[in-house]
Design a protein around this ligand. Structure first.
Ligand code: DP6
Length: 351
């Protein structure tokens, strides 16, 4: 017999960044973070998990390439999931259940976006893997409970288990039992928020998040100020802005947090540069757009955020899409070769 389960898990993009670990083995963070999970129809990982008496070893195919399952993180993740399955199998009345915890696994995973572009692929990938195996094992545990396992695979993955607006509470315990993702609000709460990803470079990032944050924790003087004096209050304010659908506040906090995170990167020694000239041009353009619209009607209409790479994610409310794309027409067509003329987007004002 072959037992199977298939799931999808979307990419999540942090608006309040996770950067720094207090425990590198358990992926316990030095601050709480917030993200928006894109919808299931956007960038996502599709993963099938299967197990059978006939499989002689664990195997994992990522975008059709065989990958090792023997990495320390994956070993941890599988151990935890198997433990939960054993609990189900050993509980009273479940004697008839097949002993799936004893069987080898076959995992097949595909991204619908370029993995190399540094678009939080590990978050979607790890969360899809954990979700698929939890479904295969029919685990009764809550998503927050399962998120602790995803966290061990890759910190940011814990947030992708939930859709919409998600918080990862850093927790205090040294065993990580209280470091988990929780829902702030579902996507439908604020459905007109859109994310636009500007891929200015598809090169693999120079410094991985995992090693970048280690260097920042060790060497940056600004870092302690960020985690102690900035993030705790920002975390509460950002949650509030989401619950109140206050775009002005949400956008301001998102942009400031991206800048704060990249400042600690620059303050690392030797410094880490994730942004490039295009990123900085995008930042300036966003501020120009906002200045104009604040002057006209007091409203900020677009926010940028950058992860550990030069690609921008813009957040805006759908009704402002055309205004924003008009301005980005030039930079979009330059970088991507996209013929924006066809779409009738033109704006001389910012050129
Ligand atoms: C800048 O989750 O990739 O995207 O826990 O070492 O796997 P590991 O790191 P990872 O770091 C993500 C960093 C970030 C910010 C964020 O997503 O919150």
């Amino acid at each position: 017999t072959v037992y199977t389960a298939t799931v999808t898990s979307p990419v999540n993009i942090a608006t309040l960044k996770y950067w720094g670990k207090r425990d590198t083995k358990l992926n316990l963070p030095t601050n709480s973070s917030i993200s928006v999970t894109l919808s299931q129809n956007d960038l996502r990982t599709l993963t099938s998990a299967a197990c059978s008496e006939e499989y002689e070893s664990n195997r994992l195919f990522l975008n059709r390439k065989l990958e090792s399952m023997e990495t320390p993180r994956l070993i941890e993740v599988l151990k935890d999931l198997k433990k939960l399955r054993e609990k189900v199998e050993n509980s009273e009345g479940n004697e008839h259940l097949p002993k799936l915890s004893q069987l080898n696994l076959l995992i097949v995973s595909e991204n619908n976006f370029p993995t190399a572009a540094g678009l939080a692929s590990s978050a979607a990938g790890l969360s899809a893997l954990v979700k698929a195996i939890s479904k295969l094992y029919e685990l009764p545990d809550s998503l927050s409970e399962i998120s602790k396992i995803a966290r061990k695979g890759s910190g940011s993955a814990c947030r992708s288990l939930f859709g919409g607006y998600v918080a990862w509470e850093m927790g205090e315990l040294s065993n990580g039992e209280d470091s988990k993702a929780v829902e702030i609000a579902p996507l439908e709460h604020w459905p007109n928020i859109k994310a636009l990803i500007l891929v200015v470079s598809a090169h693999k990032k120079d410094v991985s998040s995992t090693s970048g944050m280690q260097l920042t924790v060790k060497t940056s003087d600004l870092f302690n100020y960020r985690i102690n004096n900035i993030v705790p209050q920002r975390f509460e304010e950002m949650k509030k802005s989401i619950l109140e659908k206050d775009f002005n506040k949400f956008a301001e906090l998102t942009m400031k947090d991206s800048n704060s995170f990249h400042s600690t990167c620059l303050d690392s020694y030797p410094p880490i540069f994730y942004l490039n000239d295009y990123s900085r041009r995008i930042i300036r353009l966003v501020h120009l757009i906002n200045e104009k619209s604040v002057k006209e009607n007091g409203k900020i209409i677009v926010a940028y955020t950058f992860d550990a790479g030069p690609n921008a994610v813009l957040y805006y409310e759908e009704e402002n899409e055309k205004t924003i794309l008009n301005v980005f027409y030039k930079i979009l067509s330059e970088v991507t070769g996209w013929d924006a003329q066809k779409f009738d987007f033109k704006n001389q004002e910012y050129s």
